[in-house]
Design a protein around this ligand. Structure first.
Ligand SMILES: *[C@@H]1O[C@H](CO)[C@@H](O)[C@H](O)[C@H]1NC(C)=O
Ligand SMILES: *[C@@H]1O[C@H](CO)[C@@H](O)[C@H](O)[C@H]1NC(C)=O
Ligand SMILES: *[C@@H]1O[C@H](CO)[C@@H](O)[C@H](O)[C@H]1NC(C)=O
Ligand SMILES: *[C@@H]1O[C@H](CO)[C@@H](O)[C@H](O)[C@H]1NC(C)=O
Length: 303
């Protein structure tokens, strides 16, 4: 939900549209982007309602979530086209037929910037320090399978921050592969043992929160590249508190830092929204000096 909210605010370019039976639902993004479906549902409305801008508000209207069907063809790809009749056929008996009513598609999508081929450097570095989530799309990685398993991706956050990794699995609804064998998407390198990321049955899945500002992983692709997925990375927490001659000692306990100042005072900082909040030793020092100067100047004026 949190990720969805970020997506809505960052990629405000939403296209919501109705598609009639007989039409195609098409989507297209720029070269460095991929499609991410936001919503796709079959809606039962009066014949012709799909040609109007009106929103079908009738609460009794049958409405079926079909995002899984559209995801397989569209999400993580740059362009796609899905015949609405195919989607209707796949959901033939889900709604009771009503006279003068028909099923049509309502869908919206976002274009998400996705990291592509990084030249021949190794490791292939993704810098998170812009404070926005970054996406790796398997469909954009035109590396050979040999390179995919020999050269890792290195995700780098600001020093001291942690990395949150989420999988958008657009094959979650595809029925061809419900076997227990892992269809391998990625391998996250960890000191405690590698973490394998397999195709699953949920669209959005939290993978790991790495307590480190660096994360290495290998991204593989399903053999045919017919299923798209996105790996989302975002920074969590606050940057490392830099060494400072005014700090005697810095001790951190999760989102709380205690600084012992050379003056003997203790200062507490709290990590809120990726920023340290609170007073540090040096703030106190400069403010006290500033007030002192002000008093001296005022005394000078009034004498
Ligand atoms: C990590 O990402 C998940 C979504 O996969 C989100 O629910 C969670 O709040 C994030 N964790 C932090 C600490 O931001
Ligand atoms: C963070 O990751 C780097 C590179 O993988 C590793 O060398 C380092 O030991 C890790 N630090 C911690 C605190 O796990
Ligand atoms: C710094 O503070 C921590 C926690 O109060 C303490 O355990 C540690 O011994 C201190 N280190 C120094 C060098 O004073
Ligand atoms: C860290 O903070 C938690 C909760 O504020 C506390 O329960 C825990 O004892 C603290 N750990 C250390 C090492 O100070």
């Amino acid at each position: 939900m949190h990720t969805l909210w970020i997506l809505i605010t960052v990629f405000a370019f939403t296209r919501a549209n109705k598609y009639c039976p007989g039409e195609d639902m098409s989507a297209k993004c720029l070269n460095n982007e991929v499609i991410m479906m936001m919503d796709a549902r079959l809606v039962q409305g009066q014949i012709g309602a799909c040609r109007t801008d009106e929103i079908v508000t009738d609460v009794d209207t049958c409405s079926v979530d079909v995002i899984g069907i559209i995801d397989v063809k569209c999400s993580a790809f740059q362009v796609c086209s899905v015949p609405v009749s195919n989607v209707i056929n796949a959901n033939q008996n889900t709604c009771h037929e009503i006279e003068d009513h028909e099923l049509f598609l309502e869908a919206s999508y976002q274009c998400v910037k996705a990291i592509g081929f990084q030249g021949n450097t190794c490791p292939m570095v993704v810098d998170l320090t812009s404070n926005e989530p970054k996406y790796l799309a398997n469909t954009k990685l035109t590396t050979t399978s040999q390179r995919a398993t020999s050269c890792p991706w290195r995700i780098k956050a600001d020093r001291g921050k942690h990395i949150n990794m989420t999988l958008w699995d657009f094959g979650f609804a595809s029925t061809d592969d419900h076997s227990t064998v892992c269809s391998l998407y990625a391998i996250v390198v960890r000191q405690s043992g590698d973490l394998t990321v397999c195709k699953g049955l949920t669209r959005q899945r939290h993978v790991t929160l790495v307590q480190n500002d660096t994360l290495d992983l290998y991204v593989l692709s399903p053999r045919s590249q017919s299923i798209g997925f996105l790996l989302e990375f975002s920074e969590v927490g606050c940057p490392r508190i830099r060494d400072n001659p005014e700090y005697q000692n810095v001790s951190q306990n999760n989102s709380i830092v205690i600084i012992q100042c050379t003056t003997g005072e203790n200062k507490m900082l709290e990590c809120v929204d990726q920023k340290w909040v609170g007073e540090t030793c040096i703030n106190i020092g400069t403010r006290a000096r500033g007030v002192g100067f002000l008093i001296v100047i005022l005394m000078g004026i009034f004498e």
